[in-house]
Design a protein around this ligand. Structure first.
Ligand SMILES: *Cc1c(COP(=O)(O)O)cnc(C)c1O
Length: 353
């Protein structure tokens, strides 16, 4: 499929790297492509960023049939532009598509289209270490129809946003709250897909956690509310008796690419690594007897986010000494060094433009 390119007349100006936050500034161009049953995916185009004009009956607005991805483009000290395991994002986009009855997108084409878009927008990729260009591929249902069924037509778009260093204020441990009243996802549901409804479902618990002074919610499984699943937009890891433990994928946990990268590195480094069920009782016991030495989250936005406190009911568990754990630091450095081209890409994770 050909990709047509329409450029803006005058390029916008990227803010100073130090002024960048997250997700508020967008680049000059976007990628768009449409789907209908007759033509399949068609009309692939890079064009100036613009608002969409949609019917108030657009099915996405009513029934939430929409999926997305999140990845980043990094600029190395040599000025090269690189992506971190982008094939995995498009693979997961198609997994989400199958889960939400959305037609799949050719993964190789989606990557090629992204690279074309990045070539047009390369001036928008910030260069200070820690900054990057956040990439948001999204698919949404476009039929104007008020009945419940899968849409027949869709839009795929890619939006780009230069983002600041996640740890501008330092790599400090965060406090997370285990929700007893709410669950995020259930087995057989859509928890393993990156779909809007999962985030809508998480808001009330997140608001309550923030009111209590906690940065994020740590979710338990939706069936027994006994096993640990994940944090808002991050997967979770624990170090217990020198074993690196993360909950096994069970259908209601989002299969994070950072999670997978941490597991791969941990195994390579010869650590004892387990993907298994971990109950809140086991965690509380490990905290009590001192064998729980670290906890950290993993995700594209922060890479690694050390956790210094977990609250479950009346039990407030402090983990570590208020500074980031050794392994959190080690995984964070190893992964970001590869992303920014400061370490050899031993795992074959980098895709250069
Ligand atoms: C995106 C996401 C993650 C992390 O996935 P990465 O591929 O590592 O960025 C974890 N949990 C949820 C709910 C997510 O949406």
């Amino acid at each position: 499929m050909d990709i047509s390119i329409t450029r803006v007349e005058k390029q916008g100006k990227r803010p100073e790297d130090s002024a960048l936050g997250f997700g508020t500034i967008f680049t000059d161009h976007m990628f768009n492509m449409d789907y209908n049953p007759e033509k399949g995916w068609h009309n692939a185009r890079i064009e100036p960023l613009h608002n969409f004009s949609i019917s108030p009956a657009t099915m996405t607005l009513h029934y939430g049939q929409t999926i997305f991805e999140g990845l980043k483009a990094y600029k190395t000290a040599k000025g090269e532009i690189q992506l971190f395991r982008p094939q995995e994002n498009f693979k997961r986009l198609n997994s989400s598509a199958r889960g939400l009855c959305i037609p799949e997108i050719d993964e190789a084409f989606a990557l090629e289209a992204l690279k074309e878009l990045l070539k047009v927008e390369k001036e928008w990729i910030p260069e200070t270490p820690g900054t990057s260009l956040y990439i948001r591929p999204t698919v949404f249902a476009t039929d104007p129809f008020l009945g419940v069924r899968a849409s027949h037509t869709y839009r795929y778009f890619v939006l780009l946003s230069p983002v600041g260093a996640y740890y501008a204020e330092g790599f400090n441990p965060v406090k997370i709250l285990i929700s007893k009243d709410h669950v995020r996802a259930v087995r057989g549901g859509v928890g393993e897909y990156k779909t809007a409804g999962n985030y809508a479902a998480s808001l009330l618990a997140s608001e309550k956690a923030k009111e209590e002074g906690y940065a994020q919610v740590l979710w338990l499984d939706g069936v027994e509310q006994k096993y640990i699943e994940e944090v808002g937009a991050m997967n979770i890891f624990f170090v217990i008796n020198d074993e690196l433990v993360t909950p096994m994928l069970n259908g209601s946990i989002l299969p994070g690419i950072t999670r997978n990268s941490v597991l791969q590195l941990g195994r390579k480094w010869g650590m004892k690594v387990s993907e298994r069920k971990i109950s809140i009782d086991e965690l509380a016991q490990a905290h009590k007897d001192g064998s729980l030495t670290e906890a950290f989250g993993s995700g594209t936005a922060a890479v690694i986010s050390p956790v210094g406190e977990i609250k479950y009911g009346d039990n407030i568990m402090h983990i570590g000494d208020g500074t980031p754990g050794k392994l959190a630091v080690k995984f964070n450095e190893a992964i970001t060094n590869i992303q920014y081209g400061m370490a050899e890409d031993t795992e074959n994770w980098i895709e250069k433009l």
